[in-house]
Design a protein around this ligand. Structure first.
Ligand code: ADP
Ligand code: MG
Length: 337
């Protein structure tokens, strides 16, 4: 398994499934560690027709291992699944990579158990974070790319596309073009999840890496820069609702994925972010209500005179008002606290 297979979605009212209530924590932790250690693919680098490529190959027991992992995800109430059939996995990886990166990069199936992907220039944001070379510009590029990616239509979801495993290790940033790109489409969101929740989960998985690993000085400015660049009020409001740490196996899974980074620190940072993002949602809702109430003079039944708003300026005005949380508030989240 890759380095970032995690998700944090509450399940039932108390965030636990009936199956997991029967499992003691020690067993849940052992199960999470086991699933986390599963090696489903191997990655190797090569040069094909002069192009540097990455070959991603499923192991012989890949299908059985993904079935085991999916069973764990179901019991733990994690809303993600591996593609179990190797050819489904190949199709999805190739489709997603082409959709997002096909403007400059190639991808293809190789025999019956591998794919060959052009190597993207740059480094993953996870490496950057760990080498202390992550900058605000990079997380902004990631926010812009997440927004772009979430606008694609997916026939598998019968709705907007989502990643399902959008941790920082799966975001490659190229300094030269100041561009972030997404890779690793091996896991998908459960199709029954509403689009807003899938999108919010992608943001959450990215941000959990920052929250767990970035320094006290950097985690919040970088988080806010990412969300401001993403710039989608309804998804950020949904994220706010998904920021409560779940209980049970979902929380243990996250602990395993972050090598048990201080849980108190993570809870405190999540609470701070929830506070900030929930306020943003509230201000946006108030602003939208105000816009609806204060309708501007209609132009359709009146003769146009100098000073009356033209359609273009009305549209711009409405858009700007809708973006501004309130007259006193900036339209975006603050960039630091
Ligand atoms: N197309 C690519 N360009 C550059 N690096 C890549 C590419 N594909 C994979 N990698 C590197 O290999 C790592 C593992 O690949 P990934 O597809 O994420 O598989 P896994 O499921 O093992 O996480 C990535 O984190 C990245 O560092
Ligand atoms: Mg990966």
């Amino acid at each position: 398994m890759g380095s970032n297979k995690k998700s944090l979605m509450p399940m039932g009212d108390n965030g636990t499934s009936s199956a997991e209530q029967l499992l003691p924590d020690a067993l849940s932790t052992a199960a999470a560690r086991f699933v986390d250690s599963l090696k489903i693919n191997s990655i190797s680098e090569a040069v094909r027709r002069g192009r540097p490529v990455v070959i991603k190959r499923r192991h012989v027991y890949g299908e059985q291992l993904t079935e085991l992992a999916n069973l764990y995800f179901r019991i733990a109430g994690l809303p993600i699944r591996f593609w179990t059939k190797t050819e489904d996995w190949q199709r999805w990886e190739v489709e997603c990579f082409k959709m997002l990166n096909g403007d400059r990069f190639r991808v293809s199936r190789v025999r019956n158990n591998a794919i060959c992907i052009d190597q993207l220039p740059g480094e993953s944001l996870w490496e950057r974070l760990n080498h202390h070379t992550l900058t605000r510009r990079m997380v902004e590029a990631a926010g812009i790319e997440f927004r772009r990616a979430h606008q694609f239509w997916s026939k598998d979801f019968r709705g907007s596309w989502s990643h399902g495993d959008a941790g920082m290790a799966n975001v490659i940033y190229d300094e030269k073009s100041d561009r972030a790109r997404l890779i690793d489409f091996e896991i998908v969101h459960d199709k029954s999840l509403p689009t807003l929740s899938r999108h919010a989960d992608d943001l959450l998985i990215f941000l959990l890496d920052l929250i767990a690993t970035a320094s006290a000085r950097q985690w919040l400015p970088f988080t806010l820069a990412f969300l401001n660049a993403y710039d989608n009020g309804p998804v950020i409001a949904q994220l706010s609702r998904q920021l409560s740490p779940p209980s049970g196996m979902a929380w243990i899974w996250w602990g395993v994925r972050t090598s048990f980074a201080n849980p108190a620190k993570i809870k405190q940072r999540l609470a701070k972010l929830r506070d900030l993002t929930s306020h943003l949602g509230h201000y946006r809702a108030v602003a939208a209500a105000r816009v609806r109430q204060r309708r501007r003079a209609s132009m359709t039944c009146q003769t146009m005179t100098a000073g009356m708003p033209r359609p273009i300026s009305r549209a711009r005005h409405t858009r700007e008002r809708a973006k501004a949380p309130s007259p006193e508030m900036p339209s975006k989240l603050p960039t630091s606290r």
